[in-house]
Design a protein around this ligand. Structure first.
Ligand code: ADP
Length: 373
């Protein structure tokens, strides 16, 4: 097992030609045995960061350590990492037994019977013992993914690196495999970095999540902390489904004045002091539909989810979403009044996007159901 430390890690592709800065000055520590999820939109530098950790890309600047060992210039084979990719890259002509054992055969001096014992114990752990004689084409997507995991696990690496390993699976299987992978990682206790563009997966799986945008690490923390206390508008917007509602507002003393007559009196003006204009954020679960009030929007669609309804609304061309009680069914075209607590309000600097105020402890993560329309 190993702690992974990235210090000012920078990766520039083609530094002498059309330089692409894929990762810039990344500082990150993944604790021994931790499951860290690297998440961000496509092209933000997640895979590059992972490939630098694996030794599949040269690090342009900065340092990488496993435990106390500087591995910056180590080759991939010297680093004792195992990678699991989105495409499982199983050898089609080999059986499951051979696929799982292949890496051990190359990298260890174990006898055939010792390799067999280890392959069988890993196959049992993954529930694929009865498939050991099959070829990959005879397996379902989920089974192939288990074999790919088996191949990584059997090597007992210091570090697991996983790049979107579940994205080829259908939704139900993906969700089952998430749980399985987490349990497996906890049992094996191997430091793991897991890359995904899917924030729901990140929130569900990570001990901590690291959010990247445009090659720059934005925030690292436990999922709830990143959700409730995002450092900036990008993180607030990227994490959470449905997304946070965002609008621009002028500041008049302690009052926020936005489009479509939006008006909100802050009890305390200090977060907006010195700002003429801010960005306002309200999570969908924090919006209540109420009987009257200054803030009004027009309902476009109501989507029943069973345990709640998603109410899509427009506030002067700004699309908003409220998660409301299943007993509330406003109709499309209806004008509704909405309200929210100040404790739930997020405010961001209009220029830099930096957070000025985030959710406070008084704001519960629940859905308001008290008022019907
Ligand atoms: P992500 O995994 O978040 O989708 P990547 O790490 O794959 O992002 O890519 C980050 C940036 O680096 C992107 O702009 C991408 O186009 C660029 N990039 C990735 N691989 C290469 C490469 N081999 N050569 C040049 N540019 C690359």
């Amino acid at each position: 097992m190993a702690r992974i430390t990235l210090t000012d890690l920078t990766k520039v592709y083609d530094p002498d030609g059309e330089a692409v800065v894929a990762v810039e000055d990344c500082n990150l520590t993944v604790d021994d045995g931790e499951f860290l999820v690297l998440v961000g939109p496509s092209g933000c530098g997640k895979s590059t960061t992972l490939r630098c950790i694996a030794g599949l890309e040269d690090i342009t600047e900065g340092r990488l350590e496993f435990g106390d060992t500087d591995v910056t210039t180590y080759s991939a084979s010297e680093r004792d990492v195992a990678m699991v990719f989105q495409n499982y890259a199983l050898y089609p002509h080999m059986t499951v037994r051979q696929n799982i054992g292949f890496g051990l055969k190359l990298s260890s001096k174990l006898s055939s019977s010792e390799i067999n014992d280890q392959v069988e114990s890993v196959a049992e752990m993954l529930g694929i013992s009865e498939l050991l004689g099959d070829k990959p084409k005879e397996l379902s997507g989920g089974q192939q993914q288990r074999v790919a995991l088996g191949r990584a696990i059997v090597r007992k690496p210091e570090v697991f690196l996983m790049d979107e390993p579940l994205s080829n699976l259908d939704a139900k299987l993906r969700s089952d495999m998430r749980t399985e992978l987490q349990e497996l990682q906890q049992n094996l206790d191997v430091t793991t970095v897991y890359v995904t563009h899917d924030q729901t997966e990140a929130m569900a799986m990570g001990d901590r999540i690291a959010v990247m945008d445009k090659g720059i690490l934005q925030q690292v923390g436990p999922p709830e902390e990143v959700y409730r206390q995002p450092v900036n508008e990008f993180v607030a917007d990227f994490i959470g489904s449905p997304s946070i509602n965002l609008l621009s507002a002028d500041v008049d003393g302690s009052t926020l004045l936005g489009p479509g007559g939006f008006k909100y009196d802050l009890g305390n003006a200090s977060p907006v002091e010195g700002h003429d204009r801010v960005r306002v954020g309200i999570r969908p679960e924090d919006i209540r539909l109420v009987d009257g009030g200054p803030n009004r929007a027009e309902v476009t669609v109501v989507e029943p989810m069973g345990n709640e309804n998603f109410c899509y609304m427009e506030l002067e061309h700004i699309e908003m979403t409220a998660r409301i009680s299943p007993t509330q069914r406003p109709t499309a075209g209806e004008e509704v009044a909405f309200a929210f607590d100040e404790a739930a309000l997020y405010l961001f600097d209009a220029e830099t996007g930096d957070a000025l105020k985030t959710k406070t402890d008084e704001s519960p993560d629940n859905i308001h159901t008290e008022v019907s329309t």
